[in-house]
Ligand binder design. Sequence first.
Ligand code: GLU
Length: 448
Amino acid sequence: MSKLDEKLETIYNDVLKRNPGETEFHQAVLEVLESLGPVVVKNPQYLERKIIERICEPERQIIFRVPWQDDKGNVHINRGFRVEFNSSLGPYKGGLRFHPSVYLGIIKFLGFEQIFKNSLTGMPIGGGKGGSDFDPKGKSDDEVMRFCQSFMTELYRHIGEHTDVPAGDIGVGGREIGYMFGQYKRITNRWEAGVLTGKGLKWGGSLVRPDATGYGATFFINEALKVRKDSFDGKTCLVSGSGNVAIYTIEKIHQLGGKCIACSDSNGVIVDEKGLDVELIKQLKEVERRRIQDYQTYHKHAKYIASGNIWDIPCQVAMPSATQNEINGKDAMTLVKNGCLAVGEGANMPTTPEGVKVFLDAKIAYGPGKAANAGGVATSALEMQQNAQRDSWTFEDTEVKLEHIMQNIHKLCYETSEEYGAPGNYVLGANIAGFVKVADAMVAHGLV
Ligand code: GLU
């Protein structure tokens, strides 16, 4: 990757100094700044108006205490976050992550990525992110409910359909959104559908929203394969993770003629050479909240590799859909050596900078998260549209809209990469196209 020019280097060093210890945030900022050299040469007003410094500083950061009681009556204290990063293009929009690894640096990396991702969707949404170091794993429904209620008892005063619209991310799905919506409604005395997305279908949710991130990532890679006169048909694929993003990535790959042979969770990897049984994975993970190892109980021919590395398995398409930095430089080299042609990031920043360099040098079709996984938040914006119209669309209509959005994102990234002399470099294309729209809006809004 290109080295930073002097002015961007100064900005980056300042980000390091102002945000000590937030390594994931540093990584996300550096990746964007590495693409912006030619943009600031073309548009010196971005430097004069300190647009990049302003984009790197969240508009507002909220950190709060979340006390709750478990089923035995023991008291627990978690930390809640909401980082309202940038509202140039619309209300802050982005998910909530509940995971023990959550701290300010994770929420800021996610919020920062969200600004550019949301910009790429073409929808009127700004960037934000939130969450907590609460671990939903192994908790009862009642414990999760009490936690969500306590979390929302603080969060409610900062959000609203025109202000900030949270949704799900790792550890936050339909169940958690339901409990949070209920508490928001109770505290505010408002049935305000547009305040959260990822709602249940019977109370303001959108069809395709649960499927959208995985479907969207697959649509994006499908477009990238088309550019190379190729398709998913007959391709052997790997999808890491087994949560919401992974499940619907597997489903769409199968619909497009590919074969997914492995997925994973934090304990291990399941390999099914016949092609994964996605309905079984849905039952295990979405309904029964079990571990992926249990797949073997139902399909004896499948192989479970405890603590295995999914990227060691040869494939043609890899779709990292678990979490940040899950593909390092060595994994990327293994994938390329084994004949991988395309990588589509369903997760946020799943590839380390060393891994990204390997993919770009090998010139494979590499769709970075902020472009490839934008279908989730784009469908959240479609949910907001339906809420505003007090309407609900059919599955088919909504899926077609999602597919068009992903085609447009792909086109925008591809054309931008061509314009800047690196055709097919979606990292450059996504960072520049995402940035320019936000930067121009910030220039138009004056110094705020
Ligand atoms: N958490 C998802 C993301 O990373 C979705 C956010 C949303 O729907 O607001 O984009």
